[in-house]
Design a protein around this ligand. Structure first.
Ligand SMILES: [Zn+2]
Ligand SMILES: [Zn+2]
Length: 226
């Protein structure tokens, strides 16, 4: 389902079901029925500049939403999502941030065939961001924790309401993991320092905590960094 409004007859229609034209409008697009457009061309009201896209053979680029044919030379199947097609160039530029990465993950998780639910997801996620100070990478890791590590069944209602309930738990899990890694690193370094040299040279002050810190909660200061 991809509901758009025809620029000629002003009726709403699903461009996944009916032939349509796509009119660039800034970074977005406007739409019209292919039949309404043809009528306008035949009546001399329009020049025949636009391609009429048949949704049976065409699709839209997952990232830029431009209509495309999957067989075209510059079009590839998305490496992350089977059956979704993108411009090669768009694929090099995306996912551009944690939010886009999270959205791709949700499509895979729920095995979504259609993108109509994505605006709802997007709103819900930015609500969590504002209301609870969650980060997008934190929310992504929470879902991975819940479904991949804890192996809970996927909620088919497509609800993201689970996130606030598991965020803290997931954070604690990853934090404990990170702490264990830090301790192991320190241990290994101490084993490596020969004992007789230790007597002459003081143990190195260079501490592991100066390295990349745990970043699950970007907004939190987990250590006295610097
Ligand atoms: Zn129309
Ligand atoms: Zn594109």
């Amino acid at each position: 389902m991809a509901t758009v409004t025809c620029q000629y007859c002003k009726k709403k229609f699903d461009r996944n079901k009916e032939p349509y034209i796509q009119i660039p409008h800034g970074t977005q697009f406007r739409y019209a029925h292919g039949s309404c457009y043809l009528e306008a061309v035949n009546g001399g009201k329009e020049k025949g500049n636009y391609t009429i896209w048949d949704p049976k053979t065409s699709t839209t680029c997952f990232w830029c939403h431009q209509a495309i044919y999957p067989g075209q030379a510059d079009i590839i199947e998305m490496p992350q999502l089977k059956g979704r097609y993108v411009h090669k160039k768009c694929n090099e530029q995306h996912p551009a941030d944690d939010k886009e990465e999270l959205i791709v993950y949700l499509i895979k998780l729920y095995d979504l065939k259609d993108d109509y639910v994505l605006p709802k997801f997007s709103l819900q996620l930015s609500d969590f961001e504002k209301q609870y100070n969650f980060t997008y990478s934190g929310m992504l890791k929470s879902l991975k924790y819940w479904y991949e590590i804890k192996k809970n069944p996927v909620n088919k209602n497509y609800g993201l309401g689970i996130i606030p309930h598991i965020y803290k738990q997931a954070h604690d899990y990853y934090y404990a993991l990170w702490m264990a890694q830090q301790q192991n690193k320190e241990k290994n370094i101490n084993d490596y320092i020969p004992k007789d040299i230790e007597i002459i040279i003081p143990p190195p002050k260079r501490q592991i905590t100066k390295r990349k810190l745990f970043t699950f909660l970007d907004e939190e200061e987990l250590n006295g960094n610097e």
